[in-house]
Design a protein around this ligand. Structure first.
Ligand code: ADP
Ligand code: MG
Ligand code: MG
Length: 252
C-alpha cells in the first residue's frame, strides 16, 4: 500500500517562499483534507508535489514508498502513481481526450503491458457513463471549450482510468453545481481503497459533506498548523479561520 511522506518541505516561486516547512504523511486507505484561506499555498503544495517547474524546492523531502519524489521528472511521478487533478486544468489542442488518456494509461502500465484498444474503449465508456458524461467528450480535444464543470468531471475520469496510488484533488469542487459535485464525490468514494490515499484540497467544507475525510488539516502561511478529524472542517465552516489564528497566535 502506498505511502507519501512530506517532511519539512520548503518551496519558492520567483524567489518568494510559499511553503515554509510543511509536514504530512498520507497512507493507502486514508483521506486527508487540507483547508485554508486563499493564498496560503495549497495549490503551490499540489504543484510542487507534481513537479511543476515554476516551483523550486529549497528544503525538505518528499518520498513515495521510500523513493525520492523530488528527484523524479513529472512523468516519472505520474508513473509512480501520483495523480493531480488541478484547480485550473489546461486545454490541449490537437490531442483528443481518448488519445491523451490512453497514452497516460500506457505510460503508467509500462512497455509490453499496454492496454488493448477494445478494453480501453470499453473502460472509458463505462467510466464516462458513471460520471454522466456525454460520450462525445471522448473525441473532443482535451479540455478545449469544456465548461468548468466538464473539466472537473474529466479530471475525475482520468483518476478513475489511471487508478493512481496517491490522488491529489485541488479544489475539485470549485465551479461545480450540486449535481456535478455529487457525481464527482461518488467517483472519488468508489475509488477509496487500502491501495489508495487521497489529499483533498478545498476552500469550502461543502465537498466534505460528500467525501468524509479521515483527517482534516488547516494550512496557513505555508504550513499545516492544526490537524483533526471531520469535526474540524465543520468548525471552520461555522466559525471561519480567525479562532485558529488566535489559538496559535498567528499574525497576518
Ligand atoms: P492557495 O491555493 O492556497 O489559494 P496558492 O498556492 O495559489 O494559494 O498561492 C500561494 C501564494 O503564492 C500566493 O501569495 C500567491 O500570490 C503566490 N503565487 C502563486 N503563483 C505565483 C506566481 N506565478 N508568481 C508569484 N507568486 C505567486
Ligand atoms: Mg486560491
Ligand atoms: Mg489554490
Amino acid at each position: 500500500t502506498p505511502k507519501l511522506t512530506i517532511d519539512g518541505l520548503r518551496a519558492t516561486i520567483e524567489g518568494k517562499e510559499i511553503l515554509k516547512g510543511l509536514n504530512l504523511e498520507i497512507k493507502g486507505g486514508e483521506v486527508h483534507a487540507i483547508m485554508g484561506p486563499n493564498g496560503t499555498g495549497k495549490s503551490t503544495l499540489a504543484s510542487t508535489l507534481m513537479g511543476h517547474p515554476k516551483y523550486e524546492v529549497t528544503e525538505g523531502s518528499v518520498t513515495l514508498n521510500g523513493e525520492d519524489v523530488l528527484e523524479m521528472a513529472v512523468d516519472e511521478r505520474a508513473r509512480a502513481g501520483l495523480f493531480l487533478a488541478m484547480q485550473y486544468p489546461s486545454e490541449i489542442t490537437g490531442v483528443t481526450n481518448a488519445d491523451f488518456l490512453r497514452s497516460a494509461i500506457n505510460a503508467r502500465r509500462g512497455e509490453g503491458n499496454e492496454i488493448s484498444l477494445i478494453k480501453f474503449i470499453r473502460q472509458m465508456e463505462a467510466k464516462m457513463k458513471e460520471l454522466e458524461m456525454n460520450p462525445e467528450f471522448m473525441h473532443r480535444y482535451l479540455n478545449e471549450g469544456f465548461s468548468g464543470g466538464e473539466k472537473k468531471r474529466n479530471e475525475i475520469l482520468q483518476m478513475l482510468m489511471l487508478e493512481p496510488g496517491i490522488v491529489i484533488l485541488d479544489e475539485i469542487d470549485s465551479g461545480l453545481d450540486i449535481d456535478a459535485l455529487r457525481i464527482v464525490a461518488t467517483g472519488v468514494n468508489a475509488m477509496r481503497s487500502p491501495e489508495r490515499g487521497f489529499l483533498i484540497i478545498t476552500h469550502y467544507q461543502r465537498l466534505l459533506n460528500y467525501i468524509t475525510p479521515d483527517f482534516v488539516h488547516v494550512m496557513m502561511q505555508g504550513r499545516i498548523v492544526k490537524s483533526g478529524g471531520p469535526e474540524l472542517a465543520e468548525r471552520l465552516e461555522n466559525e471561519g479561520y480567525d479562532w485558529v489564528k488566535e489559538e496559535l497566535g498567528i499574525v497576518d
